[in-house]
Design a protein around this ligand. Sequence first.
Ligand code: HEC
Ligand code: HEC
Length: 336
Amino acid sequence: MKSPFAYAVLAGSLLCSTGIVASDHTEDYINTLTELGFPAPEDNELVHIPPTLEDLEQSDMHPELKRVIRRGHDLFTNTQQLRGENVFNNMNCSNCHLGEGRMPFSAPVWPAAVTLPGYRGKNDHVNNLEERIAGCFTYSMNGKPPAYGSDNMVAISAYHQWLAKGVKMYPEKPVYGRGFPAPERPEQLSYANGKQLFNDNCAVCHGEDGQGLRVDGQTVFPAPWGDGSNNWGAGIVRLVTAAGFIKNNMPLGQPLSLTDQEAWNIAYYMNSQERPQDPRYTGDIEETLEKYGPTFHKHSLYGQTRKSDGKVLGDHSNTGEKDFLQPESVHPRTFE
Ligand code: HEC
Ligand code: HEC
């Protein structure tokens, strides 16, 4: 069974759980996922069912703590309220982290709360939870993170940490459904087929020009490319990440309905379109590629020539709606 209904249940109310998860509850949870076509957990994987806002209301936590966690949830699901201040595109955090950041195979966000502080290759230093969240503000939201320790940052962090309730710090087991696991890359990727598939399966919501849909200042359908989308430094510009996101989550309500080849072709097409500049841009695309090609952009099409029209992707200084390239929070650390 792969009905949109089962999916909706999973992304919403089934993720209801009590703080202490009974084993039969875990079984139901896994069954719903496997019925949708997701793999069952491996023996050595950590399965965690994050609590819901209903659980929060029922818990005996201090009312003020509940209020702050609720505030964090509200910022996560309606990040557009920070538009012009911290967010300069059409995204909400929950547009990529489905099920309010809880959904397995949709980069559930709670693992960050139990695996950080940790070393992060992307910026080559030790990051804590706030800095990880700041990363998604900088790149995925094409923005400027709320200041470390500010009310909004504390509230968003609190939401992440509370979602991890009951999981021990630095778990030894790998987390079931973490990230956007991608199917194996096929040998050939087709731009033309990706375009056709996007127009047939995705454009009804996201638009043929990838502009998505906004109504009364709220995002109904986010923009997969263009000025309203994430910038070139965001994780989802990596083909492997986009293919994993698409395969597991799109079209909305029909996870795993595309073949691996189709998901990859669409990712290839989507990530061959323009978007705001990578905040790490040095002013020169060759130089930027020299710095970030070996680690990050080897997985993206940044700096490459699009065959359909000869355009060099990312070769511009357009920062989208914001009037700066890089927020001050993006800087190296030395711990000296
Ligand atoms: C455009 C899509 C997109 C948006 C919007 C987005 N993220 Fe992410 N996020 C990602 C990707 C991609 C990853 C990396 C997943 C992986 O590890 O493959 C990620 C990872 C994370 C992680 C780490 C999860 C882990 O397993 O350790 C956290 C925490 C996070 N995001 C928080 C946020 C917050 C908070 C916001 C809003 C301010 C946000 N994200 C907005 C795409 C997005
Ligand atoms: C029925 C409408 C609908 C269809 C069809 C659909 N999407 Fe989405 N898509 C959404 C919504 C809504 C979100 C945000 C998820 C949320 O907030 O719960 C989203 C999120 C996304 C995102 C992450 C945010 C962004 O804009 O970058 C991408 C990428 C995406 N969809 C790509 C696709 C692709 C590719 C297809 C076709 C295979 C597709 N979508 C089909 C509604 C749809």
